[in-house]
Design a protein around this ligand. Structure first.
Ligand SMILES: *Cc1c(COP(=O)(O)O)cnc(C)c1O
Length: 220
Protein backbone atom coordinates (compact mmCIF):
# COMPACT_ATOMS: atom_id res chain seq x y z
CA UNK A 1 0.00 0.00 0.00
CA UNK A 2 1.29 3.43 -0.87
CA UNK A 3 1.80 6.33 1.52
CA UNK A 4 -1.15 8.17 0.00
CA UNK A 5 -3.64 5.37 0.76
CA UNK A 6 -2.31 4.99 4.28
CA UNK A 7 -2.63 8.70 5.03
CA UNK A 8 -6.12 8.83 3.59
CA UNK A 9 -7.10 5.80 5.65
CA UNK A 10 -5.87 7.43 8.85
CA UNK A 11 -7.49 10.76 8.05
CA UNK A 12 -10.80 9.00 7.50
CA UNK A 13 -10.54 7.70 11.07
CA UNK A 14 -9.80 11.07 12.65
CA UNK A 15 -12.45 13.43 13.87
CA UNK A 16 -12.55 16.98 12.69
CA UNK A 17 -10.07 19.04 14.67
CA UNK A 18 -7.70 16.17 15.43
CA UNK A 19 -4.38 16.94 13.80
CA UNK A 20 -2.28 14.28 12.10
CA UNK A 21 1.47 14.62 12.57
CA UNK A 22 3.27 12.30 10.18
CA UNK A 23 6.33 11.03 12.04
CA UNK A 24 8.93 10.86 9.31
CA UNK A 25 12.04 10.13 11.37
CA UNK A 26 14.45 7.73 9.64
CA UNK A 27 12.47 8.00 6.40
CA UNK A 28 13.93 9.61 3.28
CA UNK A 29 12.88 12.98 1.86
CA UNK A 30 11.25 11.17 -1.07
CA UNK A 31 8.77 9.57 1.31
CA UNK A 32 8.04 12.91 2.95
CA UNK A 33 7.54 14.52 -0.46
CA UNK A 34 5.00 11.82 -1.26
CA UNK A 35 3.06 12.58 1.91
CA UNK A 36 3.35 16.29 1.19
CA UNK A 37 1.86 15.73 -2.25
CA UNK A 38 -1.31 14.41 -0.66
CA UNK A 39 -1.66 17.47 1.51
CA UNK A 40 0.20 16.49 4.66
CA UNK A 41 1.97 19.50 6.21
CA UNK A 42 2.86 18.38 9.74
CA UNK A 43 5.92 16.19 10.09
CA UNK A 44 7.56 14.89 13.25
CA UNK A 45 11.28 14.27 13.68
CA UNK A 46 13.26 13.16 16.70
CA UNK A 47 16.84 14.08 15.77
CA UNK A 48 17.91 17.70 15.27
CA UNK A 49 20.50 17.01 12.56
CA UNK A 50 18.04 14.95 10.57
CA UNK A 51 15.31 17.53 10.98
CA UNK A 52 17.61 20.30 9.79
CA UNK A 53 18.82 18.34 6.76
CA UNK A 54 15.25 17.56 5.69
CA UNK A 55 14.10 21.12 6.24
CA UNK A 56 16.80 22.30 3.85
CA UNK A 57 15.61 20.00 1.09
CA UNK A 58 11.83 20.22 1.41
CA UNK A 59 9.11 22.87 0.88
CA UNK A 60 9.18 25.64 3.42
CA UNK A 61 5.50 25.53 4.34
CA UNK A 62 6.02 22.23 6.16
CA UNK A 63 5.41 22.52 9.89
CA UNK A 64 8.15 20.58 11.62
CA UNK A 65 7.43 19.09 15.03
CA UNK A 66 10.43 18.24 17.19
CA UNK A 67 9.29 15.16 19.11
CA UNK A 68 12.49 13.58 20.41
CA UNK A 69 14.84 14.26 23.25
CA UNK A 70 16.52 17.61 22.66
CA UNK A 71 19.96 18.39 24.03
CA UNK A 72 20.65 22.02 24.87
CA UNK A 73 23.53 22.29 22.44
CA UNK A 74 21.28 21.23 19.53
CA UNK A 75 18.56 23.83 20.07
CA UNK A 76 20.22 26.37 17.78
CA UNK A 77 20.20 23.91 14.92
CA UNK A 78 16.40 23.78 14.67
CA UNK A 79 15.03 26.83 16.44
CA UNK A 80 14.79 29.27 13.56
CA UNK A 81 12.34 27.12 11.61
CA UNK A 82 10.78 24.50 13.86
CA UNK A 83 6.99 24.95 14.24
CA UNK A 84 6.74 23.40 17.68
CA UNK A 85 8.90 21.58 20.20
CA UNK A 86 6.73 18.80 21.62
CA UNK A 87 9.44 17.38 23.84
CA UNK A 88 10.02 20.09 26.42
CA UNK A 89 10.81 17.88 29.38
CA UNK A 90 12.87 19.78 31.95
CA UNK A 91 13.36 23.19 33.54
CA UNK A 92 16.91 23.24 32.26
CA UNK A 93 15.81 22.67 28.69
CA UNK A 94 13.07 25.30 29.05
CA UNK A 95 15.61 27.91 30.14
CA UNK A 96 17.98 26.94 27.32
CA UNK A 97 15.25 27.14 24.66
CA UNK A 98 14.09 30.48 26.02
CA UNK A 99 17.61 31.87 25.89
CA UNK A 100 18.15 30.89 22.25
CA UNK A 101 14.68 32.10 21.24
CA UNK A 102 15.36 35.46 22.90
CA UNK A 103 18.54 35.82 20.87
CA UNK A 104 16.52 35.32 17.69
CA UNK A 105 13.73 37.58 18.91
CA UNK A 106 11.12 34.84 18.48
CA UNK A 107 8.55 33.10 20.65
CA UNK A 108 8.58 29.34 20.22
CA UNK A 109 5.56 27.07 20.70
CA UNK A 110 6.24 24.15 23.03
CA UNK A 111 4.39 21.23 24.58
CA UNK A 112 5.19 19.96 28.04
CA UNK A 113 6.24 16.34 27.65
CA UNK A 114 4.99 14.53 30.73
CA UNK A 115 5.82 11.01 31.81
CA UNK A 116 2.59 9.01 31.82
CA UNK A 117 3.82 5.42 31.70
CA UNK A 118 6.26 5.33 34.60
CA UNK A 119 8.31 2.88 32.55
CA UNK A 120 12.05 2.43 32.90
CA UNK A 121 12.67 4.02 29.52
CA UNK A 122 10.35 6.89 30.35
CA UNK A 123 10.89 10.29 28.92
CA UNK A 124 9.15 13.38 30.09
CA UNK A 125 8.67 15.51 33.13
CA UNK A 126 7.51 13.79 36.25
CA UNK A 127 4.21 15.56 36.88
CA UNK A 128 4.92 16.36 40.52
CA UNK A 129 8.24 18.01 39.73
CA UNK A 130 6.67 19.86 36.81
CA UNK A 131 4.12 21.28 39.26
CA UNK A 132 6.91 22.31 41.61
CA UNK A 133 8.71 24.08 38.76
CA UNK A 134 5.51 25.82 37.70
CA UNK A 135 4.76 26.92 41.26
CA UNK A 136 8.25 28.32 41.58
CA UNK A 137 7.46 30.62 38.66
CA UNK A 138 9.62 28.96 36.02
CA UNK A 139 7.45 29.91 33.05
CA UNK A 140 6.65 33.41 34.28
CA UNK A 141 10.25 34.28 33.51
CA UNK A 142 10.43 32.56 30.14
CA UNK A 143 8.85 35.09 27.82
CA UNK A 144 10.13 33.49 24.62
CA UNK A 145 8.30 30.20 25.15
CA UNK A 146 4.58 29.86 24.49
CA UNK A 147 3.16 26.74 26.11
CA UNK A 148 0.54 25.16 23.87
CA UNK A 149 -0.30 21.99 25.77
CA UNK A 150 0.99 18.58 26.75
CA UNK A 151 2.55 15.57 25.06
CA UNK A 152 2.94 12.01 26.29
CA UNK A 153 3.89 8.50 25.26
CA UNK A 154 1.77 5.65 26.59
CA UNK A 155 3.15 2.42 28.03
CA UNK A 156 4.58 0.05 25.48
CA UNK A 157 2.05 -2.76 25.96
CA UNK A 158 -0.85 -4.41 24.20
CA UNK A 159 -2.95 -4.08 27.32
CA UNK A 160 -5.56 -1.58 26.27
CA UNK A 161 -6.63 -0.82 29.83
CA UNK A 162 -3.12 0.27 30.76
CA UNK A 163 -2.79 2.45 27.66
CA UNK A 164 -6.21 4.00 28.23
CA UNK A 165 -5.26 4.81 31.81
CA UNK A 166 -2.09 6.53 30.56
CA UNK A 167 -4.04 8.62 28.06
CA UNK A 168 -6.65 9.55 30.65
CA UNK A 169 -3.86 10.59 32.97
CA UNK A 170 -2.40 12.95 30.37
CA UNK A 171 -5.81 14.37 29.58
CA UNK A 172 -6.31 15.01 33.29
CA UNK A 173 -2.95 16.78 33.55
CA UNK A 174 -3.94 18.96 30.62
CA UNK A 175 -7.23 19.91 32.25
CA UNK A 176 -5.43 20.76 35.46
CA UNK A 177 -2.81 22.93 33.73
CA UNK A 178 -5.20 24.65 31.36
CA UNK A 179 -6.64 26.67 34.23
CA UNK A 180 -3.19 28.03 34.76
CA UNK A 181 -1.97 28.62 31.20
CA UNK A 182 -5.23 29.69 29.57
CA UNK A 183 -6.99 29.29 26.24
CA UNK A 184 -3.95 28.87 24.00
CA UNK A 185 -2.90 25.87 26.08
CA UNK A 186 -5.21 23.79 23.94
CA UNK A 187 -3.30 20.73 22.73
CA UNK A 188 -3.05 17.17 23.91
CA UNK A 189 -0.55 15.30 21.75
CA UNK A 190 -0.97 11.58 22.28
CA UNK A 191 -1.43 8.45 20.21
CA UNK A 192 0.91 6.67 17.80
CA UNK A 193 0.46 4.11 15.01
CA UNK A 194 -0.91 1.31 17.16
CA UNK A 195 -2.97 3.38 19.60
CA UNK A 196 -4.09 6.59 17.91
CA UNK A 197 -7.75 5.60 17.81
CA UNK A 198 -7.77 4.91 21.53
CA UNK A 199 -5.95 8.22 22.09
CA UNK A 200 -8.59 10.01 20.08
CA UNK A 201 -11.30 8.41 22.21
CA UNK A 202 -9.48 9.71 25.28
CA UNK A 203 -9.37 13.28 23.99
CA UNK A 204 -6.21 13.59 21.90
CA UNK A 205 -6.02 16.70 19.71
CA UNK A 206 -2.91 15.60 17.84
CA UNK A 207 -1.78 12.10 16.93
CA UNK A 208 1.81 11.29 15.96
CA UNK A 209 1.78 8.48 13.44
CA UNK A 210 4.95 7.06 11.91
CA UNK A 211 5.12 3.42 10.88
CA UNK A 212 1.44 3.20 9.92
CA UNK A 213 2.22 5.77 7.21
CA UNK A 214 5.83 5.11 6.21
CA UNK A 215 6.25 1.44 7.13
CA UNK A 216 8.58 -0.15 9.64
CA UNK A 217 11.71 1.64 10.74
CA UNK A 218 15.12 0.13 11.30
CA UNK A 219 16.02 2.45 14.15
CA UNK A 220 14.55 5.32 16.12
C1 LIG B 1 8.61 7.48 16.74
C2 LIG B 1 7.63 8.27 17.51
C3 LIG B 1 6.27 8.27 17.17
C4 LIG B 1 5.67 7.44 16.06
O1 LIG B 1 5.72 6.10 16.36
P1 LIG B 1 4.95 5.01 15.42
O2 LIG B 1 4.74 3.86 16.33
O3 LIG B 1 5.88 4.71 14.31
O4 LIG B 1 3.70 5.63 14.96
C5 LIG B 1 5.42 9.08 17.92
N1 LIG B 1 5.88 9.83 18.94
C6 LIG B 1 7.17 9.85 19.30
C7 LIG B 1 7.59 10.71 20.43
C8 LIG B 1 8.09 9.07 18.60
O5 LIG B 1 9.37 9.08 18.97
Amino acid sequence: MAIKERIEGIRANLRKGVELVAVSKTNPVEAIAEAYACGERHFGESRPQELRAKWELLPKDIEWHMIGHLQSNKIKMILPFVAIIESLNSARLARAINKEAAKLGIVVDCLLEIDISGEESKSGWEFSSLLTDIESGLFDELQNIRLRGVMGIASNTNNEDVVRADFNRLKGYHTQLKDRFGESFDRVSMGMSHDYLLAQECGSTSVRVGSAIFGDRYYG
